[in-house]
Design a protein around this ligand. Structure first.
Ligand SMILES: [Zn+2]
Ligand SMILES: [Zn+2]
Length: 239
């Protein structure tokens, strides 16, 4: 059986679902009619550094966070604002084995950000790694799932072992800003330096403060990567 027809068979067994409500949808739709209008895209007005959505009347180039913090990556972008149906969508994608949403997320990334430099002429896609124990419990790393789907669409190789997790860190969500930064020190290690990547796209599911992206970009920069772009499927709205 040809690869393409295997995909078709899989598609009929695992039909496309709306990430917003998990209902089965037909054809090439991304979201169902009901959820469609509730999905908030990052749109045109965003921070040129981290990609967070900014208010229409904010004419600054960078958001407050990026003016204050060190950012070791060149540019980051997000597709959706982490709000409304996208909250449950990300939850199911992460914890309820809804890996099938990755096809919609990757397709929408290309549709919304196709002209962005971070998707062009990159040498490799790097998913934010997960701890081995966590991976065992959950069975998959959601960042890897997006990376694989996007890599296939862009025909760019995905390097799951380029960066690995170092020492175990406490869950980020229980910590304040300073604690988060401290917690992440030495959290990532470059493992596969031999591939000599020059331009990379790092992928994660949600961008919050950006401390994870900062730490992982910092080690990549140190290892000699010259251009670093970050993509998160969901990002925040400037507060
Ligand atoms: Zn829906
Ligand atoms: Zn920013």
């Amino acid at each position: 059986m040809k690869v393409k027809s295997i995909f078709r068979v899989l598609e009929s067994i695992y039909p496309r679902r709306c990430p917003g409500c998990d209902r089965v949808i037909s054809g090439n739709k991304t979201f169902c009619e009901k959820c469609k209008d509730d999905i908030v895209y990052v749109g045109e007005n965003f921070c040129m550094k981290c990609g967070k959505r900014m208010w229409e009347d904010n004419i600054n180039e960078f958001c407050g966070d990026c003016r204050r913090r060190k950012r070791s990556f060149d540019e980051g972008r997000g597709v959706y604002v982490y709000r409304g149906p996208m909250k449950m969508a990300m939850y199911r994608f992460k914890y309820s084995n809804r890996r099938c949403y990755a096809r919609t997320f990757a397709g929408e990334t290309v549709r919304c950000l196709g002209k962005w430099r971070g998707l062009k002429d990159i040498d490799g896609i790097i998913p934010v790694p997960m701890y081995r124990n966590k991976m065992k419990g959950r069975g998959y790393n959601q960042a890897e799932v997006i990376a694989e789907a996007l890599g296939k669409m862009l025909r760019v190789p995905v390097y799951n072992d380029f960066v690995v997790r170092g020492r175990e860190t406490a869950p980020q969500k229980n910590l304040d800003d300073e604690g988060r930064r401290h917690n992440l020190k030495n959290a990532f290690i470059i493992k596969q330096n031999s591939v000599k990547l020059n331009r990379i796209l790092i992928i994660d599911d949600i961008f919050t403060t950006g401390s994870t992206m900062e730490e992982i970009s910092r080690v990549c920069r140190k290892a000699g990567v010259s251009e670093i772009y970050c993509l998160c499927i969901c990002t925040g709205q400037e507060v």
